[in-house]
Design a protein around this ligand. Structure first.
Ligand SMILES: Cc1cc2nc3c(=O)[nH]c(=O)nc-3n(C[C@H](O)[C@H](O)[C@H](O)COP(=O)(O)OP(=O)(O)OC[C@H]3O[C@@H](n4cnc5c(N)ncnc54)[C@H](O)[C@@H]3O)c2cc1C
Length: 423
């Protein structure tokens, strides 16, 4: 009999990581004939609330395992249907008075080798549909977590919600996002670090400038300001103007900020790009005011569980949108924790949690470090910014003309050999 048989698993947070874990655990219990596992999901928000907030795309990648996890969960085909217009691959572009020049362009998006960009809502609802069809899973919407305590007599955890309800569980899986209220209660010293990245984000009902259509990418100059731009749909673009700041921006969440605050953020974005091509300024100036918000970039190295309170996704190792990997990591964490909890190689929940963390910590650490480097690279100023763009242009041209590059490299090696060894 498996050690997880008959146990109650509480999941705090019904976002991408929480749903990936719930789906993975139900699937693996079924496949391994493990019965009686009850899953309770506690989600702060109401079920319907999320739709508008999640109306932007994100990269699901095969290099970090997101695509493979969705395939194993049996939801990939359904989620691919929510792919947005940005199918041409990621680019890095520069700008001048004449417009935009693509310096490097990655191959077209394709779930088989690179990845794809679904709407976040499509990803979330695709998993939700499948989780909801499982009778061992109960959802508690509009149920914000408040506290968790351990009862030494029963060896169970008691989860208290803000409205006074209480639930018992044998294991608590924390998937409540980057500012994790559970982490704040249980491990208050594990705080995310402000990466200095401030992102002013919005959506405009227009296509991107001509040569940036059907793609997503970064436009970077030498003044430390970058724009992320993605073609979401016919006549719809999402953009984020970013820069490095010493202090986080006074955050205005999209759901709670006032119209005046949103106007101010839009003005701030336009001020930052006042020397950029008119096409870009016009695109941002025409933003849908409701969509305007600020994202401060936080990240954190992964940490271990406290007892049987185990952390996955952003609750464990938040990264900024610049790493384009947080959702992928949350998906993979969900799968990998469920795999260890149902594996006959482990003899207890504690062993399974340790095996999960031994695998997750190096994986997540690498992605947090890469994300930090990407932020610095994208916001270089002065001559460093000029050198970066020169480097990217060279790489881009080598990728576009591989035969010429090969001929130049062979020629240079032959010439070097002649000078060194020729008589
Ligand atoms: C603009 C933007 C672009 C991004 N682009 C990409 C990308 O291209 N690729 C990529 O891989 N990632 C991307 N990400 C990151 C990605 O969205 C996150 O890393 C991912 O959502 C993390 O999943 P999670 O389940 O850990 O947390 P979340 O998806 O944040 O889910 C946390 C859940 O916990 C709930 N919750 C919070 N507090 C409580 C509480 N007190 N009680 C109960 N529930 C609670 C929340 O309501 C939420 O549903 C992007 C993020 C942003 C903001």
């Amino acid at each position: 009999m498996s050690f997880i048989e008959g146990k109650t698993v509480a999941i705090v947070g019904g976002g991408i990581g929480g749903l990936s874990f719930a789906l993975s655990l139900t699937k693996m219990c079924q496949e391994n004939n493990i019965g009686g596992v009850t899953i309770q999901i506690f989600e702060r928000d109401g079920k319907a609330e999320d739709k508008d907030f999640q109306n932007y795309s994100l990269s699901i990648r095969s290099d970090s395992g997101g695509v493979q996890t969705l395939r194993k969960l049996g939801v990939l085909d359904d989620i691919i249907k929510h792919t947005v217009y940005a199918t041409e691959g990621f680019y890095c572009a520069s700008y001048s008075a004449n417009g935009f020049e693509i310096m490097v362009q990655s191959p077209p998006m394709n779930p088989e080798n690179a990845g794809f960009r679904p709407l976040r809502y499509g990803l979330w609802s695709g998993m939700l549909k499948k989780v909801e069809s499982n009778e061992n899973v109960s959802f508690h919407w509009s149920s914000p977590f408040e506290d968790v305590t351990h009862d030494d007599e029963t060896d169970k955890y008691r989860i208290a919600l803000t409205d006074g309800r209480n639930y018992e569980a044998d294991i608590v899986v924390v998937a409540d996002g980057s500012h994790s209220p559970v982490r704040n209660v249980v491990l208050p010293l594990e705080k995310p670090r402000f990466t200095r990245l401030v992102f002013l984000i919005g959506t405009t009902d227009r296509d991107p400038p001509k040569n940036l259509q059907h793609r997503h990418g970064l436009i970077i100059g030498k003044d430390g300001v970058a724009i992320f731009l993605s073609h979401e749909d016919e006549g719809r673009s999402i953009w984020g103007v970013s820069r490095l700041c010493d202090q986080p921006h006074a955050v205005h969440r999209v759901r709670t900020s006032t119209e005046d605050q949103k106007k101010e953020i839009l003005k701030e974005a336009l001020d930052l790009i006042k020397d950029w091509p008119k096409e870009m300024r016009d695109l941002i100036a025409a933003a849908n005011l409701d969509s305007i918000r600020v994202a401060n970039g936080y990240d954190k190295m992964p940490h271990r569980a406290k007892g049987r309170i185990v952390f996955i996704g952003d609750a464990c190792h938040p990264v900024t949108p610049y790493s384009a990997n947080g959702a992928n990591m949350a998906l993979v964490d969900g799968w990998s924790l469920a795999e260890q909890l149902t594996s006959p190689k482990n003899n207890s929940i504690d062993e399974a949690i340790k095996a999960f963390e031994d695998e997750m910590i190096p994986r997540a650490t690498k992605i947090v470090i890469t994300g930090q480097r990407t932020i610095s690279f994208a916001h270089l100023t002065g001559w460093k910014g000029v050198a970066r763009n020169g480097f990217l242009k060279t790489v881009g041209s080598m990728l576009r003309h591989p035969k010429v590059t090969l001929a130049v490299v062979v020629g240079a090696v032959a010439l070097g050999a002649y000078y060194l060894f020729g008589s």
